[in-house]
Ligand binder design. Sequence first.
Ligand SMILES: Nc1ncnc2c1ncn2[C@@H]1O[C@H](COP(=O)(O)OP(=O)(O)OP(=O)(O)O)[C@@H](O)[C@H]1O
Ligand SMILES: [Mg+2]
Length: 248
Amino acid sequence: MSRGADIHLKGVSKRFDNGLRALDRVDLDLRAGEFVSIVGPSGCGKSTLLRIVAGLVASSTGTCERPADVETAFVFQEAALLPWRNVERNAQLLMELEGHPPDERRARAAEALALVGLAGFEKSYPHHLSGGMRMRLSLARALALRPGLLLLDEPLAAVDELTRDILQEELSALWRQAGFTAVLVTHNVHEAVFLSDRVVVMSPRPGRIVDVVDVPFAFPRAPELRASPEFARLTGEVTAALRRPIPA
Ligand SMILES: Nc1ncnc2c1ncn2[C@@H]1O[C@H](COP(=O)(O)OP(=O)(O)OP(=O)(O)O)[C@@H](O)[C@H]1O
Ligand SMILES: [Mg+2]
């Protein structure tokens, strides 16, 4: 059963208090259970858009319709772990903040750690983990909330390329299994195409949507897909959209 959330952004613009225009009339419908990536130049408003989708920041104009009760979890580029807490206590952190009872926290943390391949590392501390393992832990902490909406802001930007490919495959499997709606911000066009149903391409600031590229490959996607001509064609399409001059 899908626990994903339908979300509708209509005419979303964002102007910060200092006058800076970060987003310009963004229209985007996210369908329940879909995996959507957002690519665009640095500073174009991608993280701002994610925060608006999360309900953490209000748009200046336009609307973001989302179910009031959808559990939302965020994963950032920096794993943002607490160094004095071991793996299982880090995995429980968000549930603690939300007031889940201890038994439930322990059970859900154990389940999420097993899902991301960290079973057996419960008593380890973050400084003993590799970058990839820290990111798995950050993901487990988010998954333990059983989110209907998972927002990922460049989560794999800091890991090496091989680990990154493997984590992409793991993330895709977790998403298919859990059924949440996923929105991923990434600078990596290959990553966006490999993981997504659709890739949203944004212009330089103030960010506007300049293209939405549908990715027709069925799931699960094999690692070899990355070497196929069709994959190259789609990454080429996204890259071309990123480089296209913006009409005034
Ligand atoms: N609270 C704020 N007040 C003022 N300006 C802000 C605020 N938050 C972000 N900005 C500015 O808004 C613009 C968009 O920022 P945002 O972080 O959304 O971009 P981004 O696309 O995520 O960039 P990057 O790819 O570098 O992460 C940037 O110029 C940023 O400096
Ligand atoms: Mg950002």
